[in-house]
Write a protein that binds this ligand. Structure first.
Ligand SMILES: Cc1cc2nc3c(=O)[nH]c(=O)nc-3n(C[C@H](O)[C@H](O)[C@H](O)COP(=O)(O)O)c2cc1C
Length: 184
């Protein structure tokens, strides 16, 4: 199996991080990989890397507050769990922000996957996180947009918790069967 296929298959969502910060070179490599994602044309993204622990904690707490009123029960349960941290105490969080163009969600999702695969290739641990973004859909969303320097017209669509893994590599969730049709 080649290195790319290996990285795709061995990448797992990691939810336990050591305190050690990733290096600037690692962060830059991951952010560069994000920018080489396929795009429907306009590269409609902005990436905000956060390495301030207090700010990461604040986003987690604020998102938990918003999620306490979510219509989905398991989300409310997570929000009410005092030990739950939306970014699992990762030392780095990357917000993948997009503009309002037609294909922005697809482009930004491709960029997010590139971040995850680049992280895997560098031996970093990562998890795609949407829970930590609930705050941006609330009334205080615009205050955080300003605080984080998110340009006008952009909003966080996805995020990634990033760091070094603490503990064992989680097992892969079983993959669904019968999802492929080949027409020749
Ligand atoms: C759109 C999206 C949002 C996600 N949000 C979260 C999240 O908020 N918290 C979390 O722990 N995992 C989140 N995940 C990770 C999934 O739970 C994970 O990818 C899935 O369980 C499969 O596990 P694997 O990534 O190890 O293959 C998200 C994944 C996607 C694609």
């Amino acid at each position: 199996m080649n290195d790319i296929l290996k990285a795709i298959k061995s990448r797992r969502s990691v939810r336990s991080f050591s305190d050690k910060q990733i290096t600037d070179n690692e962060l830059q490599a991951v952010l560069e990989a994000a920018q080489y994602a396929p795009t429907a044309g306009s590269q409609p993204w902005q990436f905000i890397a956060i390495q301030k622990e207090e700010l990461i904690n604040e986003l987690s707490n604020a998102s938990k507050e918003v999620a306490k009123n979510h219509e989905v029960e398991f989300i409310r349960k997570m929000a009410n769990n005092k030990d739950f941290h939306a970014f699992y105490n990762a030392p780095t969080v990357i917000l993948v922000c997009g503009d309002e163009s037609l294909w922005t969600p697809a482009d930004c999702a491709a960029a997010t996957q590139n971040i995850l695969l680049a992280a895997e290739s560098l031996g970093l641990a990562a998890c795609w996180i949407n829970f930590g973004l609930f705050v941006f859909s609330s009334e205080s969303g615009s205050t955080y947009n300003e605080l984080l320097g998110i340009p006008e017209g952009y909003s966080p669509l996805y995020s990634v918790a990033l760091g070094y893994r603490k503990g064992a590599v989680p097992a892969a969730a079983p993959r669904k069967k019968n999802v492929v049709t080949c027409i020749k």
